[in-house]
Design a binder for this molecule. Structure first.
Ligand code: FRU
Length: 510
């Protein structure tokens, strides 16, 4: 090769490098951008809010989600779609439902119509049926009160493609401005479908034999629970209590959550196919943190009840500092009834499937914390994402800080005097996008045990706290200027950690 040719090649190569450089400098590999959750689902790009249409069918977990493919702020809603065989690794699929002449596609659920009650099935193919809210923006703008109606779509290829029902809407609005988010279940004793619908400040139950014609059964909750905001995204299902079946009604609320903004409350009681009755009058929160909302459960998972929430808060969801996408989902959680003292609660813990994604596990026992202890002494490097489990046999103040070298940290702990867990993100990093984001949040400790059991699921921009096997739960997001790389446990008066377990996770996007 002559010098001229080499030079020329160099020139051409240099030109090529320069011409692609601006892009390469900014471009970070997909799903590895700053703040991108590494063990939580988030869409590849653009806006998401509520999880929708969650249904398990033929070995696949379907997750649909409120999605706006044209922007990173909320807009005309579509149903995005993702699938998983293990609830942890997700494949984003083509958009399932687009807005149409009846409006945007708001939240709702999906069922497996095994008996073909709808008649949508063809040639023995079982229809998956989505029941969702059509939100008509024109009628909303015109000041009408009937702009939200319930509609159907079905799929005969296991969720790949969807056909909207020609008879939509199937449940018309009687004149209630907030009339949305249908969650449908099969009520076996009467072989009928039951729809739980959020109707402004209460729940309305409807029933149907074919998902197309609905009869109003009853109303619940005008005088019960938290009411500082609108009731949205409900769910109704059973959980086992020592062999006895109890009914649980989830009602999401915005605003009015225990730490401000949106949050998920629930009622435990009985449902007879027509009416729900709550067994107590107290308000219960499934997650006390600011960043779990619109959480509901998967349909068709047998005795297991798996819950998933949106990991954000309507107070700031539109302005959090991510560029390519906005917002993510929580870790899927298994729900169980648990007793504490005379009370019964819905407890949630990360699904067991999460552990299958572990790359490293280190266990240590009887660690004396004298003021400050860097856990990497036992665990080696403390890379995120990870899970930390702590067992402590005494009730004393302690905290765990996740921090970086820029002096930013999230502090998670237990305050004995108040008998509360807390997460303090006051100095966690970027927080100027919303007044009030930099704050300390608390959750009551509900357990009566004198032994603390704490599980923390920590991703690059979130922490989920599961206290006492899921009795007190908090979810919180944060945006450090540099990834957190240290984890320290602190106790002023000294404390012994009976068991410390550190589990490192692989990115689910590798
Ligand atoms: C809850 C919610 C739902 C509604 C959807 C619209 O976050 O407001 O009530 O269906 O979001 O995107």
């Amino acid at each position: 090769m002559s010098l001229f040719m080499i030079k020329n090649k160099l020139l051409i190569t240099t030109f090529l490098i320069i011409s692609v450089l601006p892009k390469q400098v900014n471009a970070q590999p997909a799903y590895h951008e700053q703040y991108r959750p590494q063990i939580h689902f988030s869409p590849k790009e653009k806006w998401t809010n509520d999880p929708n249409g969650m249904v398990y069918y033929n070995g696949t977990y379907h997750l649909f989600f409120q999605y706006y493919p044209d922007s990173t702020v909320w807009g005309p809603m579509h149903w995005g779609h993702a699938t998983s065989t293990d609830l942890i690794h997700w494949q984003q699929q083509p958009i399932a439902l687009y807005p149409d002449s009846l409006g945007f596609i708001f939240s709702g659920s999906a069922v497996v119509d095994k008996n073909n009650t709808t008649g949508f099935g063809e040639n023995g193919k079982v229809p998956l049926v989505a029941i969702f809210t059509h939100h008509d923006p024109k009628r909303a703008k015109a000041g009408k009160n009937d702009f939200q109606n319930q509609s159907l779509a079905y799929s005969l290829d296991e969720g790949k493609t969807w056909i909207k029902y020609s008879g939509n809407p199937v449940l018309r609005n009687p004149g209630i401005t907030d009339f949305r988010d249908p969650k449908v279940l099969w009520y076996e004793p009467e072989k009928k479908w039951v729809m739980t619908l959020a109707t402004k400040d209460h729940i309305t139950f409807y029933s149907s034999l074919n998902l197309k014609e609905w009869t109003k059964e009853s109303e619940f909750g005008k005088e019960l629970g938290a009411h500082e905001g609108v009731w949205e995204c409900p769910d109704l299902f059973t959980l086992d209590d020592d062999g006895k079946k109890m009914w649980v009604l989830i009602v999401n609320l915005n605003p009015g959550g225990p730490n401000g903004g949106s949050a998920t409350q629930y009622f435990i009681g009985d449902f007879d196919g027509k009416t729900f009755t709550s067994s107590d009058t107290a308000t219960h929160w499934l997650d006390y943190g600011p960043d779990e909302y619109a959480g509901i459960t998967w349909n068709n998972t047998g005795d297991r009840k798996i819950f998933l929430g949106w990991m954000s808060n309507w107070l700031y969801a539109n302005v959090v500092p991510t560029e390519k996408w906005r917002n993510a989902m929580t870790i899927p959680r298994e729900l169980k009834l648990k007793h504490a003292g005379d009370n019964i609660y819905v407890a949630s813990e990360p699904v067991a499937e999460l552990k299958k994604n572990q790359t490293k596990q280190i266990k240590a026992e009887n660690i004396l914390i004298d003021k400050n202890y860097d856990i990497s002494k036992k665990t080696g490097a403390t890379n995120l994402p990870c899970q930390i489990n702590l067992s402590i046999k005494e009730l004393k103040d302690f905290s765990l800080s996740i921090s970086n070298d820029n002096g930013e940290e999230v502090v998670i702990g237990y305050d004995k005097k108040q008998n509360q867990y807390f997460i303090d993100r006051t100095h966690s990093g970027k927080n100027d996008f919303h007044k009030g984001f930099a704050a300390k949040h608390v959750a009551p400790r509900l357990s009566k045990s004198d032994k603390i059991n704490l599980t923390l699921v920590i991703d690059v921009s979130s922490v989920e706290l599961f206290g006492d096997n899921g009795l007190s739960v908090m979810t919180e997001i944060f945006f450090p200027s540099k990834p957190y790389s240290h984890i320290n446990i602190r106790s002023e008066e000294g404390i012994t950690i009976q068991k410390l377990e550190y589990t490192g996770f692989a990115s689910i996007w590798n």
